[in-house]
Structure formats: structure tokens, C-alpha cells
Write a protein that binds this ligand. Structure first.
Ligand code: PLP
Length: 394
């Protein structure tokens, strides 16, 4: 007999993937140029040339060692290079022994949750939130506690967090730059969170972990600062991925970094390694571990996203749409034109606009528009957005 929960998860694709799949069918029916697919966060910028060159160079090496297993936590030299890069870029202590290579942020988060929670614990997320958090939290046997972000700036609402963190809380997950709203948490906001967590640790007599999900760290606009979370709160576990920063989502490569600033970092890292083992996340793809070592400081190309962001926000604001100005990532959070976001997304579909209803992210009344797409799609979609707006004005 199959596991009913797993059956449910496998049988019902996420709303985002469903919309993406619908888009593929629709494109085959009416032509790709006639469908405006804003559904998914698949980077539209190619990976840097340095990635291709590194992969080609590596493929000339002896196959047995190149394609052989690495230690479970990753290739030691790769972990050392990443740790050195963290020290240099962010000025925090970071040792290779606290880096665990993973198949992307998804695995990093699932591993971290398993490492620092007990079944029955609560894990706090900030809504709107990346939908898979809930799946991973519940798979760890925990309850997902949703705390709304502060409106209208979508920063962390410290008072609401204070009310939500209780005797069963073991971790808080944050994501900055944020999917889906594009907010980047300010240093002051993160410091207020750190103060709250420190005070709650004393009050509740238990450790509180901050899981910092950072696949969009380098994708920011107008030079905004993205504070490095371990420099603000010691008990931080960074879940990083190269899916977005180097446009490598299909290669499945990232890492967990257990902050050295944590007094018991070795013990926490051992639990991370144990969780990786228990979940089968060992020995991340070795070719791409080595590619990352060669490209660790390769800059992210954000110019195309910055241009798309400007085109989209200018176009939609001229049409009268309300949205949150994104500071980072590549998503625009737009107010739906009716309370029911699903109904709004369904109506948008009639205009060949594929936009994700906010219900997927745990809140009502908004939609997410991914702008990691071809520039022309944005330009050509404007008449459809206009018609959609007009359909509500009657
Ligand atoms: N966290 C957030 C906020 C994301 O948007 C994504 C992917 O879109 C992930 C985690 C998963 O990233 P990865 O592809 O590295 O597993």
C-alpha cells in the first residue's frame, strides 16, 4: 500500500507547475509567441561562459576520478574554496568542515529541517512563502506556522513573530531576497529578528535556529545591501544554491553552511551530515561541485532582469496595476483585481497570461509574475494586461 501523504503530494502537482504545464500545451496549440508565460522561476539568462569552460576542462580529466563518488559532504577542496569565498566576501568565520554540498536549496532546506527539529516541533515561515517549505516542514514531522510579513514593505513583522514563537518552535525560515515578493530584509530588520530570537532562546530555554534560504542572494537591484545573515545571528544555517545566481537549476548544486559563529557548530554540522545521510542526499554531483570551485566568484548577470523589471513595472503601473517594487529576485507581486486570486489568474489565462495566484504562497488577493523571461514576452504581453484590466472596468 502506498503512503497516502506521498501519494497526495505526487498526484497533485503544485499550482505553479500546473500552470507551467498548461503553458506548454497552450504554446503547442496557438504558438509560443502568443502565450505570455510568467509562471516559473527558470532563469532566462544563460550560465556564464566560465561555467561551460570549466566543465569542458574538467571533462578532459581521467573519468574514473572525475565521475567517482566524493565523500558524502562533498569534495574537500570544493568545500574549502567555498568557505574561503564566504570568509572573504562576508567577513565571517567559515570553515570547510561546516559546508555540506547538496543538490540545490531544496535539499539544503530539507536537510537543515531534519537536522534541527524533532517531530512535533513548530517551524515558522513568513507569508507569502515558497510553497515547498510547508511540504518539507511537514515531512520532518513538524507544523508550519505562518506569520504574515509586515505590510506594505513586506519586511519581517517582529511583533507578529514574537507572538508566534513559542515553546515548540525550533526554527524560523527566512528568504531574502524574497520569492515571491522581491523584498530584501534590511540590516535593522534582521538585527531586530536576531534580538528577538536571542531573547526567546532565554525565555523558552531552547535553541532557536534561523534557516536562511538564499538562492537569490546576488540577484538585487540598485546596489541594495543584502546583509549576510550569519553576521547578524550566530545560530544561522545558510541554504545556498547556484540555481539562480549562475543559472544552473538543472544541475542541482548548492550547499548548507552551518555558521562557525554557533558555539556548537561541529555538533550541528554532524546533525546536518546525519540528515543528509538519512535522506539520501550524499555526494552532490561531482562534476558540478568542481565547476563551482572554478567559478565560485563568478558574478551573476542581473542586467537582463533589471531591464525586465523596469519594463514590467513601468508597463503595469501605466495600466493602473498595483505592485510591490522588487528589490531583488525576479518576481513581481501584483495586487489581483478581485479578492479571489485564483479567479483572477483564471481570467488572466483567457488573455493568454499565465500568472500564479497568491494562494499558492499562503495568502489571498495577489499574483506572482516571474520576469526571468524573454524581454519580448514582456513587451508583447502589455496589450493582454490592458485587456485584462479593462475586463474588470466593464
Ligand atoms: N527557495 C526558494 C525561495 C526558491 O525560489 C527556490 C526555487 O525556485 C528554492 C528554494 C529551490 O531552489 P533549488 O532549485 O536550488 O533547489
Amino acid at each position: 500500500m502506498v503512503n497516502e501523504r506521498m501519494y497526495g503530494l505526487g498526484n497533485e502537482p503544485s499550482a505553479i507547475r500546473e500552470l507551467f504545464a498548461y503553458g506548454l500545451v497552450r504554446k503547442a496549440e496557438i504558438g509560443a509567441d502568443n502565450v505570455f508565460d510568467f509562471s516559473i522561476g527558470n532563469p532566462s539568462v544563460p550560465a556564464p561562459d566560465a561555467v561551460k569552460q570549466a566543465a569542458l576542462d574538467l571533462l578532459d580529466q581521467p573519468a574514473v576520478s572525475l565521475h567517482g563518488y566524493s565523500p558524502a559532504a562533498g569534495v574537500p577542496e570544493v568545500r574549502a574554496i567555498i568557505a574561503e569565498s564566504i570568509r572573504r566576501r562576508f567577513g565571517v568565520p567559515a570553515s570547510a568542515e561546516h559546508i555540506y554540498m547538496t543538490v540545490g536549496a531544496a535539499a539544503s532546506i530539507a536537510i537543515s529541517l531534519s537536522a534541527v527539529t524533532q517531530p512535533g516541533d513548530e517551524v515558522v515561515v513568513i507569508s507569502p512563502f515558497f510553497p515547498e517549505y510547508k511540504v518539507w516542514i511537514e515531512t520532518a514531522g513538524c507544523t508550519c506556522v505562518e506569520v504574515p510579513a509586515h505590510v506594505p514593505d513586506f519586511q519581517l513583522d517582529i511583533d507578529a513573530l514574537a507572538a508566534a514563537i513559542g515553546p515548540k518552535t525550533s526554527a524560523v525560515i527566512i528568504n531574502t531576497p524574497n520569492n515571491p515578493v522581491g523584498a530584501v530584509y534590511s540590516r535593522a530588520n534582521l538585527e531586530a529578528l536576531a534580538d528577538l530570537l536571542a531573547a526567546k532562546e532565554v525565555e523558552l530555554g531552547r535553541e532557536l535556529f534561523l534557516i536562511s534560504d538564499e538562492p537569490y542572494r546576488e540577484i538585487v537591484y540598485e546596489g541594495i545591501e543584502v546583509p549576510y545573515v550569519p553576521s547578524v545571528y550566530a545560530r544561522t544555517i545558510v541554504c545556498y544554491s547556484y540555481s539562480k545566481s549562475l543559472s544552473l537549476p538543472g544541475e542541482r548544486i548548492g550547499y548548507v553552511f552551518v555558521s562557525d559563529a554557533m558555539d556548537d557548530a561541529d555538533r550541528v554540522f554532524a546533525a546536518v551530515a546525519g540528515a543528509g545521510r538519512a535522506l539520501g542526499y550524499i555526494c552532490a554531483p561531482v562534476l558540478f561541485q568542481r565547476v563551482i570551485a572554478a567559478c565560485v566568484d563568478e558574478p551573476s548577470d542581473v542586467d537582463a532582469y533589471a531591464e525586465n523589471r523596469a519594463l514590467l513595472t513601468e508597463g503595469l503601473s501605466a495600466l493602473g496595476y498595483e505592485y510591490v517594487e522588487p528589490q531583488g529576485a525576479f518576481y513581481l507581486w501584483v495586487r489581483a483585481l478581485e479578492d479571489d486570486a485564483q479567479a483572477f489568474s483564471d481570467r488572466a489565462k483567457k488573455h493568454e497570461l499565465l500568472i500564479v495566484p497568491s494562494d499558492s504562497f499562503g495568502v489571498g488577493g495577489w499574483v506572482r509574475i516571474s520576469y526571468c523571461i524573454a524581454r519580448e514576452t514582456i513587451v508583447n504581453s502589455m496589450p493582454a494586461f490592458k485587456a485584462l484590466m479593462e475586463s474588470y472596468r466593464g
